[in-house]
Design a protein around this ligand. Structure first.
Ligand code: NZQ
Ligand code: ZN
Length: 384
């Protein structure tokens, strides 16, 4: 029986040339801090578009939020936000810049002890500086959700939090901004979106036929659009479709009423924390192993996926599931992710550390909250 309550307050502004709308989306009297990453926005013209749109506004900037944004960097910006009395944060870049900005916005208003407690101890975010974003990388869905993932150098941790206070007020999605992405980032984004859908779909049935069809719509669109973006990277229509898939992959709606997993992400985050591997690549490595290992508890959904996404049917359910997993792996390869566990530095030592972390997590990982360290070792053993 469906039973949920969800509000997604993010205003989505989608299409070519929409960055100019910033001038009306941010109040004239706001004191803005523009946050960005390592400089891609200066090379692809996005910075100039933002600057032109905000010509009449009062703004400062901070560049240097790194991929897998670091707590240490965010805390420097928190100081700046307080010192300069910033009351609007505008994130311009990928998911890392936006996640970092969400955390900065929350940490700047945090009145407890150390803001790290928001991530490690689930301390409540009672208030946050207002945020808007120009998203230049379709992958995380961060533009339309209340989640942020932050890493801490000193402890090699990578942790997530979510809070209603961390939704952006608006997101501008101009597919043209994604034309400058490297093939590697395009591939990462496609796989990240695919795996977000999977974390909300590949569990066990609880009578959510519409949510299932919506999730399957995203899978099928990704499968259709991926060869097109590889063949014709400057095709605006294809870029637009991929961008809209990423937003829908994690804007919260396909999850409503469903059971969610997130095991692949939990293991993937730890791989990134320990080896620095890109988020999308960790997911491509881990997801097939999770499906293979948990094939009994995910059986009904795996069979539904096999049939509806890849047209695979048959009497031998193990064979159908194996084939569906192998088609999924081939899709990740087609998207452009081919490396193996060894190339990502996922050594036995790394696997052991992740298994230890799994043992201490409360609640346990997985849709049934029953994944032990032993399960994690077995899953990592199944990775290529
Ligand atoms: O830093 P700059 O110079 O901007 O370069 C970035 C970065 O090097 C570059 N890039 C971004 N847009 C570009 C571009 N290069 C050329 N043209 C453009 N238009 O791409 C590189 C990677 O950027 P990053 O923001 O790190 O990638 P992504 O958007 O995939 O974000 C990954 C982070 O998001 C977290 C991940 O764990 C990881 O930390 N996630 C956040 C989620 C959320 N908030 O909902 C959910 C996800 O599952 C994920 O965990
Ligand atoms: Zn992800």
């Amino acid at each position: 029986m469906l039973n949920f309550s969800y509000v997604n307050p993010v205003k989505v502004v989608f299409g070519k040339g929409q960055i100019s709308r910033l001038r009306e989306l941010i109040p004239m009297n706001a004191k803005i801090l523009i946050t960005y990453g390592g400089g891609s926005i200066k090379k692809n013209g996005v910075y100039t578009q933002v600057k032109d749109a905000l010509a009449g506004h009062h703004w400062l900037e901070f560049g240097g939020i790194e991929p897998n944004p670091k707590y240490e960097t965010c805390m420097q910006v928190v100081e700046m936000v307080k010192r300069e009395k910033i009351d609007f944060l505008l994130s311009v870049g990928g998911g890392s810049v936006l996640d970092g900005t969400k955390f900065i916005a929350a940490a700047a208003k945090y009145e407890g002890g150390e803001p790290w407690d928001i991530l490690e101890k689930g301390a409540e975010v009672k208030d946050a500086v207002k945020i808007g974003c120009v998203m230049t990388l379709p992958a995380t869905g961060s533009e339309s959700n209340s989640l942020a993932v932050i890493s801490r150098n000193s402890t090699q941790q990578k942790l997530a939090y979510y809070s209603e206070k961390s939704f952006p007020q608006f997101c501008i999605l101009d597919p043209e901004t994604t034309m400058s992405l490297s093939e590697r980032q395009v591939a990462n984004g496609i796989v990240d979106t695919f795996v977000h859908v999977s974390e909300q779909y590949m569990t066990y049935p609880v009578n959510t036929p519409l949510q299932d069809r919506m999730a399957e719509g995203i899978y099928l669109t990704l499968i259709e659009e991926t060869p097109k973006v590889k063949a014709d990277p400057m095709n605006y229509e294809v870029r637009a479709n991929l961008m809209w898939c990423a937003t829908w992959g994690l804007n919260g709606w396909i999850a409503q009423g469903c059971v969610q997993d997130w095991l692949t992400h939990m293991i993937g985050h730890e791989i990134t924390a320990l080896t620095g591997t890109d988020h999308g690549r960790t997911l491509a490595l881990v997801l097939p192993a999770v499906w293979s290992y948990l094939r009994e508890s995910k059986k009904e959904k795996l069979l539904q996926y096999a049939q509806r996404i890849w047209g695979i049917t048959g009497n031998d359910s193990n064979q159908v599931i194996d084939e569906a997993i192998s088609r999924t792996k081939a899709f990740f390869r087609q998207a452009g992710i081919t490396a193996t566990k060894a190339e990502y530095g996922v050594t036995d030592e790394v696997c052991r550390k992740i298994a230890e972390i799994a043992e201490t997590r409360n609640p346990r990982w997985g849709e049934r909250q029953n994944i032990t360290g032993k399960d994690v070792l077995a899953i990592l053993d199944l990775c290529d």
